[in-house]
Design a protein. Structure first.
Length: 84
């Protein structure tokens, strides 16, 4: 059975994942740097903005970025399920 293609990731989903990591690991006023999880996602986000694209294939994510996105999505789904 062929592997099922994953739907593209929207810029909104990517932004939500970055914001999750930024809230979990805020930058200090002195350094203004992103945590590693947000940083690897921010590279993709910047590319989307520069090239004015609204969706990106998960195939373009590094393993680290896929993991960061998955963990942020799981956390978001967990919060959403708790509120219901």
């Amino acid at each position: 059975m062929p592997a099922q293609a994953q739907p593209p990731i929207s810029i909104i989903e990517l932004e939500r994942a970055i914001n999750y990591w930024r809230s979990k690991y805020p930058s200090s006023r002195d350094t203004m740097t992103l945590c590693p999880q947000a940083s690897c996602l921010a590279e993709l986000y910047a590319r989307m903005i520069i090239f004015q694209i609204h969706e990106i294939s998960i195939a373009e994510f590094s393993a680290k970025a896929r993991k960061a996105l998955r963990e942020a999505e799981e956390a978001h789904a967990g919060r959403h399920n708790q509120a219901a």
